[in-house]
Design a protein around this ligand. Structure first.
Ligand code: FES
Length: 166
């Protein structure tokens, strides 16, 4: 009798998602970066298994694929929290107080000002460059939803709105 581990269905669904992305770019030469971007969007981060799978499916070595992910800072090789908070540090947001917002949000979540992921895996905070909504500066994006014209207090309130009751 074949026993299944708990992780297998999830791995199967991850493989199916990766196959769909890889197939989409099958005829495009040199499409490794969009494949990795879409894989990250779909899976949240690029695990070693997913990099290995992408390398095999695109006939590259793991070192080649890994090299691309470590060259570009947009790629994430560690799991992220349940909520992804991206604080814009482009010029307009910087002038509007992004540093204050960053310090307040990170301080509220118990993170260093570099951001990162909370121990309970509830939040990941990232600094990003201009997200293209300068008229709403300063801005932060939580789980894809933009919160603009912030100040430190409003940013803290936004984060509290996403926090689980404890
Ligand atoms: S600088 Fe933040 S949206 Fe442009």
């Amino acid at each position: 009798m074949v026993t299944k581990t708990k992780a297998e269905p999830e791995q199967a669904s991850e493989r199916a998602r990766l196959d769909k992305i890889i197939n989409k770019y099958r005829k495009q030469k040199g499409a490794l970066i969009p494949i990795l971007q879409e894989a990250q969007d779909s899976l949240g981060y690029l695990s070693e298994e997913s990099l290995f799978y992408i390398a095999k499916a695109t006939k590259r070595t793991l070192a080649q694929v890994y090299g691309v992910t470590t060259f570009f800072t947009q790629f994430r090789l560690e799991p992220i929290g349940e909520h992804l908070v991206r604080i814009c540090h482009g010029t307009a947001c910087h002038v509007g107080g992004a540093e204050d917002i960053d310090a307040t949000v990170c301080g509220h979540l118990g993170l260093s000002e570099e951001g990162g992921t909370t121990d309970d895996m509830e939040f990941t905070v990232d600094k990003v460059v201009c997200v293209g909504a300068c008229s709403l500066a300063p801005i932060m994006i939580v789980d894809g939803v933009a919160h603009g014209r912030l100040n430190a207090d409003r940013a803290r309130k936004v984060i509290k709105g996403y926090q689980k009751e404890k």
